[in-house]
Design a protein around this ligand. Sequence first.
Ligand SMILES: [Cu+2]
Length: 158
Amino acid sequence: MMTKLIRLCGLLGAMLFSFSVYAGDIQVEGAWARATAPGQDTAMVDLAITSAKGATLVGFSSPACKRAEMHSMTHDNGMMKMREVQAIELPAGRRVSLGESGYHLMLIDLTSPLKAGSSVPLTLNIRLADKSTVRIEVSAEVKPLTAPMGEHMQHMHH
Ligand SMILES: [Cu+2]
């Protein structure tokens, strides 16, 4: 019991501003977004999460936007469609790359444009098997506008 408490405190206290975050049993890596074009007020963030135990990503927040949503992408008659989802499963020990699975984090109503070379702070809310929720601070790297997105992100349709 004590060990568990200490581990949870470690997770809650994780304020690691690096591009790869190890917070106890949960590892977040490769968080990035593409710089915004003039007039663009939404941005997608891709990242990978590996949780040693089964967990669920249930949301996130960021001071960079007024609204933070998790989206999935599906093909519909050859068109990409995005839909809000409330939960993204993180199976035990499996690296879940949001982009590869069609998911992404969506920053809506950006408070300011995303500039290449800067970073976006994010707080991920992850629900553990025991129903407790941990918050993990992540810093998403902003890459130049020309940085290639995954194939799934190229034909975005909002
Ligand atoms: Cu989206």
